[in-house]
Design a protein around this ligand. Sequence first.
Ligand code: PLP
Length: 383
Amino acid sequence: MKNTNISTSLSWLEVSRENILNNIRVIRKKIGSDVKIAAVVKANAYGHGYQEIAKILEDETIAFLAVHSLEEAFIINEGNFSPEILIVGYVPFEQLQEAVEAGFHLTVYNTETIEFLEKLKIFKKAKIHLKLETGTNRQGIDEKELPKFTELLKKTKNIELIGASTHFANIEDTTDHSYAQSQIDRYKLIISEIEDAGFEIPIKHTASSAASLLFSKTHYNMIRFGISLYGLWPSKETYLSYRLAGGENNLLTPALTWKTKVAQIKHVPKGSFIGYGCTYRTTADSKIAVLPLGYYDGYDRKLSNLGYVLIKGERAQVRGRVCMDNIMVDVTNIPDVKVEDEVVLLGRQNGDIITAEQMASWAQTINYEIVARINPLLPRKII
Ligand SMILES: Cc1ncc(COP(=O)(O)O)c(C=O)c1O
């Protein structure tokens, strides 16, 4: 969908350049100048917009833009940005040739991929990062499979080993980081086995946002910085661990504001039902504002009768079920609300703020899902 005129959109997103740059500066200060940054821009840059975030980061020294898939890599690549692109997800065999020819770095964790790469007729070497299993049991090479990999890699002509990575299972959900420590120990062990087999590993990377913020020993020479690039904490536990370790308040600044406009105002008498399923009945004569967005746009249906939006800096609660393309909110106590008034669904308006964390708790999910699920078709604007 082409959206040239943002002011005519039913809902839209504003991305603060200053806040994204602030978050990058904050993390750079923490990790020091010898550690590279891979900015994680998968899932439409966590809902902030692939191109918008890549553009904001253009003048920063970012080593990689990390995406999940080849499709995402090509979307980012359209902008001709200078950082290299690292695909952290799976690339199927039939896409490998294209991925290598485009110069994207691949995350590899099975021997079949290495064997397939070796059979390709390519003029460029495939740049690979081995993903090591350290306890997450998602993608990753198990230690006992390692000799098979190193033997294979010794014989390959098409492959250049650039990095070795792992991903923590339990750094965000707890203030007890003993499991993460066991993963670091395992990573160190597997890394030394690869090096003992005669390989050099130019880039070692393990840290997502939580690890980057909490543990300098996870930084190695690159971090993969996702949620906190966008100004969001990976979890309450991460924030708590950070503060208990003496970290300052207001370190990160959220960068996303999601807005819409009032489409209709209606006066409904006491005892009226609102929306599908008649799940809400007014307890007094009420003034209801109809907003032209819904779960198709990424406004979670679990916010039905629970969420709030901001109008004139005041909170208006969602009444009735969130529909596919509409929601209704109660503006009975907010004076002078008119059609076309600006509404903030996520972010700040005057003195109040709706955070991704609040929305996540109303919708029984996490801030990651709230932002990542905002429909990519909605226009994003850098402010
Ligand atoms: C492999 C990998 N690295 C890094 C990240 C970034 O994590 P975060 O958003 O917590 O910084 C993710 C996110 O899911 C990931 O899957």
